[in-house]
Design a protein around this ligand. Structure first.
Ligand code: NAD
Length: 270
């Protein structure tokens, strides 16, 4: 590590895109990336959420190197191309965090999940990651980058089965995992690393709005945590920062699990 890392941050000199940047994991990651010296483009489908998101980053990191927002629906390739071309004007993508994803209220089991919910979920969660990966690679090549880091958000449901089914979501996250692994191998000689982040259930709007005040539904999940608690978005963001930085230069193609031990547990403490 050069002295740059200590004086300017762990992502000094890097241009980063974060999708779903106005949500739980995305916003915490935007704050950390900005704090660690990256130039950050915050992308999200929601304009108002982006506005309050960037205000929060500016408040917490007043000396951010560069900070912009862009409205982008990751399921639309033209939006993703426009998002990447914004960062091309800064010198091309170094870090792409394909994090936007949905878990729909009407997502259910094999019998009750509709085609509409299946397609909507897969268009955002899978195609969005594909488009983000594709345009990141094109940008890195265009600018002759010798290294790059792409992090794709999967989930622990890509690794373990759940008796509380959300079939479209689970299948989409399995696809993210497999796709990321293959991309990691295909692009390894170019210096472009791909890793999948596998978060456990978290205290973010995505899950907490869905659980609402249904205590039984909540308990059904909490009991599987050896730690006895859901994860926090910042705990995912810290892992993403490591994967984005050169500290993880030999970490490629991993299912990077950040779950408080949940997927390794059999019986958890009382
Ligand atoms: P969140 O709902 O807080 O944030 C998601 C963000 O994505 C929102 O700001 C939303 O506006 C945005 N978004 C939705 N559709 C979009 C689209 N088409 N294009 C661009 N942006 C879009 O969720 P979160 O908990 O921060 O989740 C982030 C990622 O982590 C998701 O991929 C999710 O599946 C995954 N994940 C979350 C949990 C959890 O328990 N929260 C667990 C495992 C994995």
């Amino acid at each position: 590590m050069g002295s740059d890392v200590f004086s300017r941050g762990r992502l000094a000199g890097k241009n980063a895109i974060i999708t779903g940047a106005a949500g739980g994991i995305g916003l915490e990651t935007s704050i950390l990336f900005a704090r660690e010296g990256a130039r950050v483009l915050m992308a999200d489908i929601s304009g108002p959420a982006l506005e309050s998101g960037i205000a929060k980053v500016r408040e917490l990191v007043p000396h951010a190197e560069k900070l912009d927002t862009i409205i982008c629906d990751v399921s639309k390739e033209a939006d993703v191309a426009a998002m990447v071309s914004h960062v091309d004007s800064w010198g091309g993508v170094d870090v792409m965090f394909n994090n936007a994803g949905i878990m729909h209220n009407d997502d259910a089991d094999a019998i009750d999940t509709s085609d509409r919910i299946w397609d909507l979920t897969h268009n955002i969660n899978v195609k969005g990651v594909w488009y983000g990966s594709k345009h990141a690679v094109l940008s890195m090549r265009k600018f002759g980058k010798k290294k790059g880091s792409i992090i794709n958000t999967a989930s622990v449901v890509a690794l373990v089965g759940s008796a509380t089914p959300q079939l479209a979501y689970t299948a989409s996250k399995g696809a993210v995992l497999a796709m990321t692994r293959e991309l990691a191998i295909v692009h390894a000689r170019e210096g472009f690393r791909f890793n999948a982040l596998c978060p456990a259930p978290l205290n973010t709007p995505l899950l907490q709005n869905w659980l609402g005040d249904d205590a039984a539904k909540r308990h059904r999940r909490e009991i599987h945590f050896p730690t006895g608690r859901f994860g926090e978005a910042i705990e995912q963001a810290q892992a993403v920062l490591f994967l984005a930085s050169d500290e993880s230069s030999f970490v490629n193609g991993t299912d990077f699990v950040v779950d408080g031990g949940m997927t390794k547990a059999y019986v958890t403490p009382e």
